[in-house]
Design a protein around this ligand. Structure first.
Ligand code: 4AD
Length: 574
């Protein structure tokens, strides 16, 4: 019955539950009024304060309440019906959810009552790492053969719940293991509420996986007991690791949460390859009879120009963080023969490119009594040998292939290209310099141009004989073309420069002239220049950026993902 009147003011009305719809507290829309009060009433509407006054009316007509048009009423009724339907659905969903929650709570309460205990009559369990396949330690169970009972520790990488069973993939940094929890084990509170990254101790029998099924090392741990010790549970809900870092998380956030990102498959593979590569460099150098030394990180001389020096107070003096250990390596030649080091170098680069870090691992070597071609041959040999050694470990090899499926051993010999030829190549291919002009002799080939060239040529390149002006003061000049130096950059597809090296000036007067040319005071370098005073020699060396080498080998977009906790302009944490 239309016994009540409700008011709608399209300008000052409000569609809220507090509104009564009386003329002093009107609704804003007819739809809402019908939805809340029902369609059987009388509805009056007006535009009170704003909007153009229709022709033929004056200001007073604004304030008049008018009955609603038929069409508007029909629309409002439809709207109200749709809203009612929606509300009913929501109600239903809510009821369903709370029913589900109640059921789950009941199951969880029941689960709390299940207490599992280790069966002490079973054979003693052998503690193994997840990748241990040593047949002396572990036998796989088959239909008619009992497998070894093992004790493993690890974190939950994945879980898959079935009606009766739960499958887990456990990880421990060495490998992955599939675990099958059956019976009461799968019904415990701990398993029903299990979160990713939770640490577990699991005991059980190692068995072959059923035919056709896939699992790491083709085996499965049939658990007979497990324990999640105090404090071993990983956060769940909003705080669960999967809600904090995932494939879709922004790169900056991934770096903010690097400690969690490192647990992911990609990051851990890169770090495992990194360990292997660093080890391989040590082995390859040893094979070539280079000795390892450890030069200081705190220094008072520059190597690669003052612009990228980190300066710091050092007692009552100033010091810098080293840019390169090269000058120190040179001083070791007379006493130790060829030497190398794997140390941190620091560059106060203000660039945010994908291949610049403020702190990076610098693999540097220095070789005595050599020629420039010897240096290039050595570089090629060491890089290829390192890859060879790295790929000998099947787990590491698989990690590289997972990260970089198209990886192939570089073709030898590496392409050799003089700087002047590169300039011609860039002109021919219409790749401009930084000013947008065609390249000319003397230009520093910028990162973008260098990478385009390397990507098009698509194989390792030794770019040699850079002009004196764009290279460091210590580089030996080429006797045939003294405008240029006996210098080399090794360029790799996808990354660009990963190695910088040269023969070193071994003549004292020439070196002093170079200091003068660069307006560098030679006094603090007395220990370096003295090398030319006490038995000089033709020698040379290079520095290889480990993170850039890895970015190439593991096909990573940026060097930031190739070190543990990257440091670059604007980031010094975590
Ligand atoms: O070309 P660079 O500056 O050469 C030197 O430091 C020589 N003193 C090395 C030597 O002859 N012993 O650096 C060598 C390599 C580069 O090719 C690059 O791989 C890496 O070090 N590098 C960087 N890596 C990451 N971030 C940076 N800011 C880097 N600067 C150089």
């Amino acid at each position: 019955m239309a016994d009540k009147t409700f008011y709608i003011d399209e300008d000052v009305g409000q569609d809220t539950a507090e509104q009564t719809g009386a003329d002093d507290v009107p609704y804003k829309s007819l739809g809402f009024a019908v939805f809340t009060q029902g369609e059987e009433h009388k509805f009056l509407t007006r535009k009170s304060l704003t909007g153009d006054i229709p022709e033929g009316l004056d200001e007073s007509s604004r304030m008049e309440w008018k009955p609603v048009a038929k069409a508007a009423m029909k629309k409002a009724v439809n709207y109200a019906k749709a809203q009612q339907k929606k509300a009913a659905k929501e109600q239903e969903l809510l009821a369903h959810r709370s029913k589900q929650e109640a059921e789950r709570n009941k199951v969880l309460e029941e689960a709390k009552k299940i207490v599992i205990e280790e069966d002490k009559t079973l054979p003693e369990a052998v503690k193994i790492k997840l990748d241990d396949t040593d047949p002396k330690k572990v036998k796989l169970g088959k239909d008619d053969v009992k497998g070894t009972r093992v004790r493993v520790f690890g974190r939950v990488h994945r879980e898959r719940k079935q009606k009766m069973n739960t499958f887990l993939t456990l990880k421990d940094g060495y490998g992955y293991m599939q675990v099958l929890l059956q019976g009461d084990l799968a019904k415990t509170y701990d398993i029903l509420t299990l979160t990713r990254e939770t640490s577990m101790e699991i005991l059980g029998e190692l068995k072959e996986v059923p035919e056709g099924a896939k699992a790491p090392n083709d085996r499965e741990l049939h658990a007979d007991y497990f324990k999640i010790h105090d404090g071993w549970k990983a956060a769940g809900g909003d705080d669960a690791i999967t809600n904090r870092v995932s494939k879709d998380t922004e790169h900056a956030t991934l770096l903010d949460l690097r400690h969690l990102t490192l647990r992911g498959e990609t990051a851990s593979k890169v770090m495992i390859v990194r360990d292997a590569v660093e080890y391989a460099f040590n082995q390859a150098y040893r094979e070539l009879r280079l000795r390892k030394v450890s030069p200081p990180a705190l220094v008072q001389t520059q190597v690669e120009g003052g612009a990228t020096l980190f300066k710091l107070p050092y007692y009552n003096e100033d010091a810098y963080l080293t840019q390169s250990s090269q000058l120190y390596l040179e001083t070791c030649l007379p006493s130790m023969g060829d030497v190398y080091c794997i140390e941190k170098s620091f560059r106060a680069e203000k660039s945010l490119t994908r291949r610049h870090l403020a702190e990076y691992t610098h693999i540097e070597a220095e070789l005595d009594f050599i020629t420039f071609p010897d240096l290039l041959d050595h570089l090629e040999q060491i890089m290829c040998r390192v890859i060879e050694i790295t790929m000998e470990d099947p787990v590491v090899k698989q990690s590289i292939l997972d990260l970089n499926p198209e990886f192939q051993m570089p073709e030898r010999p590496f392409k050799r290209m003089r700087y002047s030829e590169a300039i011609d190549w860039l002109i021919e291919h219409n790749i401009p310099n930084e000013d947008g002009e065609p390249h000319k002799f003397g230009d520093d080939i910028a990162e973008a141009a260098e990478r385009r060239m390397t990507d098009i040529i698509n194989r390792p390149i030794f770019l040699t004989h850079f002009p004196v002006e764009i290279k460091a003061f210590y580089m030996q000049k080429d006797k045939e073309d003294p405008r240029t130096t006996e210098s080399v950059d090794c360029l790799m597809p996808g990354v660009g420069e990963i190695v910088g090296g040269s023969m070193r000036m071994d003549n004292l007067e020439e070196l002093m002239a170079a200091f003068a040319r660069e307006k560098l005071d030679p006094a603090p370098y007395f220990w370096y220049t003295d090398q030319r005073k006490y038995g000089s020699s033709p020698h040379g060396g290079y520095g290889l950026g480990l993170e850039r080498f890895l970015a190439w080998l593991c096909k990573q977009h940026t060097v930031r993902d190739c070190c543990l906790y990257p440091r670059y302009f604007g980031r010094c944490k975590p």
